[in-house]
Design a binder for this molecule. Structure first.
Ligand SMILES: [Zn+2]
Ligand SMILES: [Zn+2]
Length: 206
C-alpha cells in the first residue's frame, strides 16, 4: 500500500487576518525551506524537512516568528495537528487530513471578522481587492531598512502597518469617496516611522 502524502494546512495570515488554505504533498518537502504564500501576497510559513523532524516556521498575529518542530512520524501519521504559539498558546493554524483541518478551521473562523461585521461590506470588498492588486504588483511597501508591511482590517477602516519601523497608513472604508481616493493611488510606499491618514493626501504619491 502506498502512503498518501497529501495534506491540507490552514494557517492564519497576520496580513489579511484570514485563515488561508494550502494543499500540498509531504513528498514536496525537502531540506530547503518550502514557502507558503497567502492569496494576499504575504509569505505565511515555511516548512523544512530535517533529518528526523519537520520544522514549521510561521508568524503569530502580532508578527513574531515562531518555529515549531514535529517528529517525522507525527507529521506523517497525525490526522490533525494544531499549531500553537509557544508563549501565548494562540492557535496559528491546522495541519493534517483535509476533513479534520476544515472542521477545526470552521470553529476557529467563527471568531474572525465576517463580511457582516463590516460597516459597508461592498466598499470594503473593493478596497481590499484593490490593495491585494497593489500588493501582488509589489506596490505596497515601506522605505525603511527591513520592510514588513501587513494589513489590519477593521469594520470601518483598513490600516497598512510596517511591523519593522511602525509606520502606518490608515484609510477609511465606508464610502465611494474612500474608494475613489484609493483608486487615485497607484502605489502605497510609506516613509520610515511615519503615520498617514489617506484623506490628507491630495495627490497621488510617487
Ligand atoms: Zn493574507
Ligand atoms: Zn518600515
Amino acid at each position: 500500500m502506498l502512503l498518501s502524502g497529501e495534506r491540507t494546512m490552514a494557517i492564519y495570515c497576520p496580513a489579511c487576518e484570514q485563515l488561508h488554505y494550502h494543499q500540498f504533498s509531504l513528498f514536496q518537502l525537502s531540506s530547503s525551506p518550502r514557502a507558503f504564500h497567502c492569496t494576499c501576497g504575504f509569505t505565511q510559513a515555511h516548512i523544512t524537512k530535517h533529518n528526523r523532524r519537520y520544522e514549521v516556521s510561521l508568524l503569530t498575529p502580532a508578527g513574531d516568528r515562531v518555529r515549531l518542530l514535529f517528529p517525522f512520524r507525527e507529521f506523517w501519521s497525525a490526522p490533525l495537528l494544531t499549531f500553537y504559539s509557544p508563549d501565548e498558546g494562540e492557535i496559528l493554524g491546522y495541519f493534517g487530513e483535509a476533513e479534520y483541518v476544515k472542521e477545526a478551521a470552521a470553529d476557529f473562523d467563527s471568531d474572525l471578522l465576517e463580511p457582516d461585521d463590516f460597516f459597508a461590506p461592498e466598499i470594503m470588498t473593493e478596497i481590499l481587492a484593490y490593495l491585494q492588486k497593489l500588493a501582488a504588483a509589489q506596490k505596497i511597501g515601506c522605505t525603511c531598512s527591513d520592510p514588513a508591511v501587513g494589513i489590519d482590517v477593521y469594520p470601518d477602516k483598513v490600516e497598512l502597518v510596517c511591523s519593522n519601523c511602525g509606520s502606518a497608513i490608515l484609510m477609511s472604508a465606508v464610502s465611494e469617496d474612500d474608494i475613489a481616493r484609493l483608486y487615485s493611488l497607484s502605489e502605497l510606499k510609506m516613509k520610515p516611522a511615519s503615520y498617514t491618514y489617506l484623506g490628507e493626501w491630495l495627490k497621488p504619491i510617487r
